[in-house]
Design a protein around this ligand. Structure first.
Ligand code: SAH
Length: 204
């Protein structure tokens, strides 16, 4: 599947019905999701691989990974209502994804989910609750040798320091997250947030 086709297909993924600010529920727009996934595909991290989407929301990254030929895909999220939409999205787009209700902060989730080859994620950036992204990073690195994650632009330095003993950032791709007015504290119809997609490689 070509990048443009992936992007057009992912436009059909339904978003959060009632997004919750406390969980930083922002659906990744199709062009950004397609960009992350296609990049991972080109690096050999999707096709034939077991892929995990942490904080999958309504499933755009998980479903995209399945469309690009992942051997199996799991999406996990704390929010059952988002998972219900994700399940419908997966069926709508003719993909098979296992969706599980998991709080990434809980002990034992690594065992529940099992090991996999690649993590793709757009975790909370920590705008509502400081460091909300940390349990996602910790779990991703404990589960898979390769992680692709979207962060606020300028986060690479912090992530590098935070993961220094465990991983190294081997790539950084810039992107734009056009954030639509979602919550009462948003003042503009669309705010373009600069983001970066990092590829983290676990140290042996
Ligand atoms: N990955 C999706 C959603 C991004 S929004 C997409 O790209 O469209 C961040 C997601 O993280 C939300 O769906 C939210 O419910 C989930 N989340 C927040 N805290 C969580 C936690 N502690 N455990 C699991 N998921 C969590």
């Amino acid at each position: 599947m070509k990048l443009r086709h992936l992007e057009m297909t992912l436009q059909h993924v339904c978003g959060f019905l009632r997004p919750q600010a406390a969980l930083e529920q922002y659906q990744t727009p199709a062009p950004l999701a397609a960009r992350l996934l296609y990049h991972a595909l080109m690096k050999g991290d999707i096709e034939g691989k077991t892929v995990l989407d942490l904080g999958c929301g309504t499933g755009v990254l998980a479903i995209g990974a399945a469309l690009l030929g992942a051997a199996s895909v799991i999406g996990v999220d704390i929010d059952e209502r988002a998972l219900a939409v994700a399940r419908e999205n997966a069926v709508l787009l003719g993909t098979e994804v296992r969706f599980l209700a998991v709080d990434v902060r809980e002990g034992g989730c690594r065992e529940r989910i099992g090991a996999c080859d690649t993590v793709v994620m757009n975790p909370p950036f920590g705008a509502q609750k400081a460091h909300a992204d940390r349990p996602f990073i910790d779990l991703a690195l404990s589960i898979a040798p390769v992680t692709y994650s979207i962060f606020n632009a300028g986060s690479a330095q912090f992530i590098e320091t935070y993961t220094a003993q465990r991983a190294k950032i081997d790539e950084k791709v810039g992107g734009i997250f056009p954030m639509r007015r979602t919550f009462p504290f948003h003042t503009q119809d669309v705010q373009e947030i600069e983001v970066e997609i990092l590829r983290l490689i676990r140290k042996q």
